[in-house]
Design a protein around this ligand. Structure first.
Ligand SMILES: Cc1ncc(COP(=O)(O)O)c(C=O)c1O
Length: 486
């Protein structure tokens, strides 16, 4: 069923050998992160919305690396804030001191959720934040004498991190395959993702409505609770907009609220992984925040998680930053029972990391960039659909804000994916870089079982309309070029 790693490797071997013209040969699905020996170019400079891998070569950044560089590269206002903190002090153990950047960042984050999230642990990677979320969920139930709540309901075509716990939660076939014997299948139980392009029923050319689709998805979740025994489930884990594993697939309207209601009915927690889709990527600071809202706080159609992981756009790559946000229910028990989470990293609550995240978020706020994400996101959607919507090998274009995925298919009608051995997404990525000087993020697995190719377009939040149009033109040209020669 699933694509084996060896078939993936042989697929890569079957690609044209590297030439002197190779500028960027990233293999995000095979080696994550790529090994220093993998022959990548040595980057000379990155500035604004461009990468400069060598003298005279300029590549338009349409993905911020792995969806990280949300303010582009080399902003002085941020590097100044980071160095100022380093001049003040570079490190303090979270066990010995509170520090003003961490305090200020935590207060700001809590306020950004309208006080719905009440505690913050600052960390360095998305995997760490997700690992911590899984552990805190279990410990929360231990504090309440419910030691049997150790099961997690997770989804197919998902990615939550590289560590053994977060990888166990992930449904990413290729990234799991080599470590299968170490993962924890007895605790992580998979249900299908929420993917309308591949799962919505069609009969007599009528589409299943959102409400009917959500009802069917809810029934799948209910059935899994019933199978496991609801009293054994600690949490449901999901990405509100699925990133690398599916290629920017937002939850169908009503799905998040329905999942939350099921969790509440069974006393389980809801963990949202906003590592990739959060911190402004969707046009809202938190992906769980609905459209109806005033100011920064919460709004009437929000679906507030119990635990939330953020990273990537949190500090925009100016430092390796992530955080675990803890909602009122869990924080309330901690406070009431006087409990402390049995968990800590040496670099937890790092002051320089916090200073970077704070500086990035201040820029996003001061320059009104969430609005720009929504405005430019609407343009990006329109232009991508205009330019590529009718292409015979483009099956779906989906996303939200500045987070857009393009799924490639062999047959537009049947949605049959390409043979993974062809490495279609990687070919598009390489052609885009080599011939059209634009960097996109590519992946495989969006059609399930390791099959299906997609690329992701995730420009910086301060992108202009002119650059959005240029990105679309270059990406579309690369797509056309690849299929012209297939
Ligand atoms: C949704 C999601 N969760 C978790 C992770 C893991 O984050 P990191 O690579 O920073 O450990 C990623 C990374 O791509 C991600 O996209």
């Amino acid at each position: 069923m699933g694509q084996s790693v060896s078939s993936y490797r042989s697929a890569r071997r079957s690609l044209p050998a590297k030439t002197a013209g190779d500028i960027i040969d990233s293999s995000s699905d095979l080696v994550h992160p790529p090994s220093p020996l993998s022959g990548l170019p040595v980057l000379k400079k990155a500035k604004g919305h461009y990468w400069y891998p060598s003298e005279g070569t300029r590549i338009l950044d349409a993905c911020g690396g792995a969806g990280v560089a949300c303010l582009g590269h080399g902003r002085r206002d941020i590097t100044k804030a980071v160095t100022a903190q380093m001049h003040s002090f570079t490190y303090a153990s979270y066990a010995h001191f509170n520090t003003s950047p961490v305090q200020e960042l935590s207060d700001w984050l809590i306020k950004s959720t309208g006080g719905k999230m009440q505690k913050v642990y600052v960390m360095c990677s998305g995997s760490e934040a997700m690992e911590a979320a899984l552990k805190l969920a279990v410990e929360y139930f231990l504090w309440q004498n419910q030691p049997d709540r150790t099961n997690f309901i997770v989804r197919e075509e998902s990615y939550h991190g590289t560590t053994l716990g977060s990888l166990s939660a992930s449904g990413h076939v290729v990234r799991r395959a080599p470590f299968a014997p170490l993962l924890i299948p007895a605790r992580f139980h998979r249900i299908p993702a929420c993917n309308p392009y591949r799962q919505r029923l069609v009969s007599d050319s009528e589409f299943e409505s959102d409400a009917a689709f959500v009802a069917r998805k809810t029934a799948e979740l209910e059935a899994e609770f019933a199978r496991l025994g609801p009293e054994t489930v600690a949490a449901v884990v999901l990405e509100p907009v699925v990133g690398a594993a599916l290629g920017c697939v937002p939850a169908v309207k009503g799905y998040l609220a329905a999942v939350k209601a099921v969790c509440e009915r069974h006393g389980a927690l809801l963990i949202l992984d906003e590592v990739m889709c959060g911190m402004g990527r969707t046009g809202f600071l938190h992906a769980w925040q609905g459209e109806a809202r005033e100011g920064d706080g919460s709004g009437p159609d929000d679906v507030v998680p119990d635990l939330q992981a953020i990273a990537k756009g949190f500090a925009g790559g100016y430092q390796p930053a992530s955080a675990l946000l803890v909602g009122g229910k869990v924080a309330g028990v901690m406070e009431r029972e006087g409990k402390v989470f049995t968990h800590g990293h040496t670099y937890q609550n790092h002051p320089v990391v916090a200073a970077a995240a704070l500086a990035v978020q201040r820029v996003v706020e001061k320059e009104g960039l969430l609005k720009n994400v929504r405005v430019q996101g609407t343009l990006l959607e329109r232009l991508l659909k205009q330019r590529l919507g009718t292409h015979p090998n483009v099956g779906d274009i989906r996303g939200k804000g500045l987070f857009w995925g393009i799924e490639f298919v062999k047959d537009k009608l049947t949605k049959e994916p390409f043979d993974p051995a062809l490495g279609i997404a990687e070919r598009v990525h390489k052609t885009a870089v080599r011939e059209f000087r634009v960097l996109v993020y590519h992946g495989q697995g969006c059609a399930g079982g390791g099959r299906g190719d997609h690329i992701m377009v995730m420009p910086a939040y301060d992108i202009s309309s002119k650059l959005v149009a240029e990105i679309v033109e270059r990406v579309a040209s690369a797509v056309e070029e690849v299929f012209r020669h297939l």
